[in-house]
Design a protein around this ligand. Structure first.
Ligand code: HMG
Ligand code: MG
Length: 313
C-alpha cells in the first residue's frame, strides 16, 4: 500500500461509519476468499462511500486462517486521499507485519474480561496491555494512526457481567498509549438498550465524541435500537459490516456485525448523512453473495432485493 494512503483529508458526514466487513466479517466465514476477491470487495466498498475500511488483520494465521493474506491484500490497494485502510494487530509482531506491508492505519484490541482475553489473545489483560503499549510505541515511531477496540464491554460469553468502570479504565490506558479512538465492542451482541446508552454516555463524558465508537454485533436483533440510543446520547462513530457478516471466532455465540446497509438506512431515515450510497452498499452485498455464496443477513438488503430484482441473463 502506498504511503500516500495516509490522510486526514476525509470528508465530513453527520455520522461516521467504519467498515469492518473485510476483517471482522470475513474472519468468521467458513468460505475463504481469494486475494482478488478481497481486493474487489474493498474496491466496491470504497465506491459505495466507505472512507474507513478494515481490510484484514495481522494475527497468527493458525488462529485465523481467513486473514492469512492480509499483506498481499494491502499491497494491492491504492487509495485516494479520502480513504483510510486499516488493519487489526494483536501485538508488536502483528504491528511489524503491518509496517512491512506498508499499512499506515492500525487497530489494536483486547478484551475487558479475562477469560475472553485468554481465549482470544492467549494472554491476561495486563499482559495484553503491556503488548499493546509496545505496539503503540512502535506505531507512533512510524507515524501510524492507531485505533483500539475493547471487547465484551456489555457482557462476556464466559464470565457474564462486566464491570463498566473497568472498561473505562482500559479505554483510558489505550488512549494514553496513543490510540485516537476506542471502539466499544459488544462482541456477542448481549448489550441491552439502556445499558448501551448508559455505557456510551459514560464513555463520551470521559473521552469526548471523537474518541468513542460503537462496535455492535447483532445477535439478538437489538443493534439498531442500541445504535439509535447511542446516537441520541452523542455517539457519532459506528462500526458495521457489509451484509451483516462477522463475529469473533473465539467468542462462542458471536453473530455478525450490525450491517452497513441497515445502519446507513437507519441514519438516512433520520435525515442524517453517512457519506454512503445505500444502493451501492446493497449492490456490493449482492455481488458478494453471487461471487462467494455468503448470504446477506440484513433486513434492509431483503427489502432492497425485492425492489431491485436480479437481471436474468
Ligand atoms: P500465541 O500462540 O500466544 O503467540 O498467540 P506467541 O506470542 O506465544 O508466539 C507463538 C508464535 O506465534 C511465534 O512463532 C510468534 O512469532 C508467532 P514461532 O516462534 O512459534 O514460529 N506470532 C505471530 N505470527 C503472526 N502474527 C502475529 C504473531 N504473534 C505471534 N501477530 C496471538 C498470540 C495474539 C498471536 C494469537 O492469540 C492470535 O493471533 N489471536 C488473534 C485472534 C483473533 O484474531 N481474534 C479475532 C479478532 S478480535 C475480534 O474479532 C473482536 C473485535 O471485532 C471487537 C469486538 O467485536 O468486540 C476486534
Ligand atoms: Mg467484532
Amino acid at each position: 500500500m502506498s504511503a500516500h494512503a495516509v490522510s486526514a483529508n476525509v470528508p465530513s458526514a453527520d455520522v461516521r461509519l467504519f467498515e469492518v466487513g473485510p476483517r471482522d466479517g470475513l474472519q468468521n466465514e467458513t468460505t475463504l476468499l481469494s486475494v482478488d476477491q478481497k481486493v474487489a470487495l474493498i474496491e466496491r466498498l470504497v465506491l459505495a462511500g466507505a472512507r474507513d475500511i478494515e481490510i484484514g488483520s495481522f494475527v497468527h494465521p493458525r488462529w485465523v486462517p481467513q486473514m492469512a493474506e492480509t499483506g498481499e491484500v494491502a499491497a494491492r490497494l491504492t487509495s485516494d486521499p479520502g480513504t483510510r485502510f486499516w488493519a487489526l494487530v494483536p501485538n508488536p509482531i502483528g504491528l511489524e507485519r503491518a509496517i512491512d506491508a506498508g499499512v499506515k492505519h492500525v487497530a489494536v484490541f483486547l478484551s475487558s474480561s479475562e477469560t475472553h482475553n485468554q481465549n482470544n489473545l492467549n494472554r491476561t489483560i495486563a499482559e495484553s496491555l503491556a503488548n499493546l503499549e509496545d505496539a503503540c510505541r512502535l506505531a507512533r515511531a512510524e507515524h501510524m494512526m492507531v485505533r483500539a477496540y475493547v471487547s465484551t464491554v456489555f457482557g462476556c460469553p464466559f464470565e457474564g457481567q462486566v464491570d463498566f468502570a473497568r472498561v473505562l479504565e482500559i479505554c483510558a490506558r489505550l488512549l494514553d498509549f496513543g490510540a485516537f479512538q476506542v471502539s466499544l465492542g459488544d462482541t456477542t451482541g448481549v448489550g441491552k438498550p439502556y445499558q448501551v446508552r448508559e455505557g456510551c454516555r459514560l464513555a463520551l463524558e470521559a473521552f469526548g465524541p471523537e474518541a468513542v465508537a460503537l462496535h455492535l454485533h447483532d445477535t439478538q436483533g437489538l443493534a439498531l435500537a442500541n445504535s439509535l440510543l447511542a446516537y441520541e446520547v452523542g455517539v457519532r462513530h459506528f462500526d458495521s459490516a457489509v451484509a451483516g457478516m462477522g463475529g469473533c471466532p473465539y467468542a462462542p455465540g458471536a453473530a455478525g456485525n450490525v450491517s452497513t446497509e441497515d445502519l446507513v438506512n437507519l441514519f438516512e431515515a433520520m435525515g442524517l448523512d453517512t457519506a454512503y450510497d445505500l444502493d451501492a452498499v446493497c449492490a456490493t452485498a449482492r455481488w458478494l453473495n453471487e461471487e462467494t455464496g455468503i448470504a446477506p443477513r440484513s433486513r434492509y438488503f431483503a427489502y432492497w432485493g425485492a425492489h431491485h430484482p436480479q437481471q436474468v441473463p
